[in-house]
Design a protein around this ligand. Sequence first.
Ligand code: ZN
Length: 316
Amino acid sequence: MKNAKLLLIVGALVVVSAVAHSQNVTVMPGQSHQTAHFLIHYPRPLEGLARSIAGTLEIAFLTTCNQMGTRPFGDNVIYICDSDSDFRQFHPSVGDSWITGFAIPMKRKIVVRSPSLAKTTREQFIKTLRHEISHLVLHHAVGKNVRLLPRWFDEGMAMINAGQWEWLDSWSLFQMVIFSDPLPFSAIRDAFPSGASEARLAYAQSYNFCLFLQTTLKKQQFEALVAGMRSGIPLGTQLERLFGVPFAKIEKVWYERVRDRYGVYPFLTSAGVFWFLLTILMLVAYARKRRAARERLAEMEAEDEFIDHVLDGKYH
Ligand SMILES: [Zn+2]
């Protein structure tokens, strides 16, 4: 069950650039709702859901366009599927998997499983859509130079824009610091590992590294990275110019930050652990107090019995 849940989460983050299977898609039966930038297709019973998320998706789209420095663009289509067969017709290879959604940026299409089909909450469903919208916008912003877009940057920004950091990602970085080494970003430039735990680490690293760049660079410098790729300058080259050191050194500085944040010492001194230990101490103290009270009560009952016995002896 744990593995299934992990695959579900990881699956939500997949972007499918291939478009081969999307060519002959039969539009699924149902209805559609047109917003300023999206045409949302949905099965009839999901009308309420589709209409209620439209505003949120528009805001996410405009915010991401602004972040990526590109003008908002139309003709984007979202398909909400309520059956595996509908989902499979867009990309047969994902039909039986735990993937909850994927983007086909070249076609400006997003395909998602409905919350009931994916067994997710409405909130997770919206996060999946925000994640895929980020892929759509970033690919559009980079334009014909999409080959210069590293997978770690694409996924890291999608996770940040969707707010998809979870405690399992923290746990993944903690395990990496204690037991292994980070995956080199050159190794997750074109593709992510297929194993569940390594894939989780790749996503966690990507998110964390993008956040590190976002908080270390000036706002204009960070925003200029996408424009740089659009004009044909590899992301690594741009970062080396901005930091003034080789990319390996930038990775090293990032890793030192991760070690400071996710090592054993910060774990033990973190607020969460402090409150956890405090709660445990309070529960132990409460249990001891209750036991003492019970023992005192038992003693008192024994005393009562003794007195009764003495009194009985006296008056009988
Ligand atoms: Zn993704």
